[in-house]
Design a protein around this ligand. Structure first.
Ligand code: SAM
Length: 260
């Protein structure tokens, strides 16, 4: 598989994102959080949808934006895909590199900001960004621009006819079930959550998370403006993806869109 970091003009990544502090602290502990147990179901559902639209995954080149410790990327590789996991957090990529691939595909890991990818134009078949992987977790001060830039980069590196599968927090659900630890900025559609994360020895670190929340209409407009036509948009729960029509009752939306 071609090393995608061969592309000229690689950006030099400095510590640019609040998630890097969390990744440094959690390291492999991230994979002990309950939500990561949904990986196999999530990948199985998305793989079925991709294969129905593109044919067998084996040999396809998939880029996982905001791959974290690589749980989805490794699972797609186990199904035979050639997967490039991209993340801004070095610590998570170190963990990802230790994950075995249980099947015929391959993984490689690239440290980069998803807004400026060191990957050639029209060089991949599928892009995934799941469970707020890069899309939906803007750097501080980036506002709405971050997700628009990520979607625009995704459209650039995707071949014509290729597919994007991404999830986003539902603004409806977030507001409807706002918790005490959350503050929702109605102007930005941005949720701020105070939480605590733990390192492998169980030491706590107070943490703040900023997550962009969306309506289906916003997702269609954002993707459509980048040249990505939405083919499916469902309301889902992590670890239990299924084709529910958009509603107010599920925490996330899952979108499948095709590059024009
Ligand atoms: C909530 S985690 C999700 C990780 C993974 N997709 C999963 O489901 O386990 C968000 C990840 O996105 C990465 N991230 C956030 N913004 C990014 C950006 N602009 N470019 C690349 N990675 C980014 C973070 O470092 C973190 O690993």
């Amino acid at each position: 598989m071609t090393d995608p970091t061969d592309a000229p003009g690689l950006p030099v990544v400095t510590r640019a994102h609040w998630f890097e502090d969390l990744a440094d602290h959690m390291g492999p502990t991230y994979l002990r959080y309950a939500f990561t147990r949904g990986t196999a179901q999530e990948v199985g559902f998305i793989a079925g949808e991709l294969e129905a639209r593109l044919g067998p995954l084996a040999g396809l080149r998939i880029v996982d934006l905001g791959c974290g410790p690589g749980r989805h990327a490794s699972a797609f590789a186990s199904l035979g895909a050639q997967v490039v996991g991209v993340d801004i957090a070095r610590r998570f990529l170190e963990v990802a590199a230790t994950t075995p691939v249980d099947g015929p595909g391959q993984t490689c890991w690239v440290r980069s900001d998803a807004r400026h990818l060191p990957l050639a134009s029209e060089s991949c078949d599928v892009i995934v960004s799941l469970c707020q992987g890069a899309f939906g977790v803007p750097p501080l001060g980036a506002g709405d621009r971050s997700d628009a830039e990520i979607v625009s980069e995704a459209a650039r590196i995707l071949r014509r006819g290729g597919l994007v599968a991404l999830t986003a927090f539902s603004a409806y659900f977030q507001v409807r079930f706002l918790e005490e630890s959350d503050t929702f900025d109605a102007g930005l559609g941005l949720n701020h959550e105070r939480t605590v994360v733990h390192d492998p020895e169980g030491r706590p670190l107070p943490a703040e998370l900023w997550t962009s929340c969306y309506t289906p209409r916003e997702l269609r407009l954002l993707l459509g403006n980048a040249g990505l036509d939405v083919e499916a948009l469902w309301s889902v729960t992590p670890g239990a993806y299924e084709p529910n029509p958009p509603d107010l009752d599920h925490p996330e939306f899952l979108v499948i869109a095709r590059r024009r």
